[in-house]
Design a protein around this ligand. Structure first.
Ligand code: HEM
Length: 90
């Protein structure tokens, strides 16, 4: 996956709600590693796959991107989120 391209996808599609790895809609559901571990389904079984699943399908107030972004773009943005969360979004 192309992490740099994932960063561009993130800026265009995710940052409105997840600027800096936060969450302006539901403050607990951030993209930080502790929140992903606590709230993201199946995160422990595969980090990027779990992120890609939620991006594809959405959840509650988060829209689904499966009809909007290609599988490749979703894999890239998942790799970007994983890379940034592993660095604490610093
Ligand atoms: C949750 C990624 C776009 C709103 C999440 C989670 C991930 C994620 C990984 C799980 C975090 C957790 O449970 O702690 C992304 C990515 C996006 C994107 C990569 C772009 C492709 C958006 C947008 C919105 C949004 C545009 C607002 C309109 C939310 C909300 C949750 C969430 C409300 C919590 C869902 C719940 O558990 O009830 N997002 N997101 N996301 N996201 Fe997004």
């Amino acid at each position: 996956a192309d992490v740099a391209h994932g960063g561009q996808i993130f800026s265009a599609n995710c940052a409105a709600c997840h600027m800096g790895g936060g969450n302006v809609v539901n403050a607990e559901r951030t993209l930080k590693q502790d929140a992903l571990t606590a709230y993201l389904a199946n995160y422990s079984e595969g980090h990027e796959a779990a992120i890609a699943y939620q991006v594809t399908n959405g959840k509650n107030a988060m829209p689904a991107f499966g009809g909007k972004l290609s599988e490749g773009d979703i894999a890239d943005v998942a790799a970007y989120v994983e890379d940034m969360s592993s660095k604490g979004w610093a």
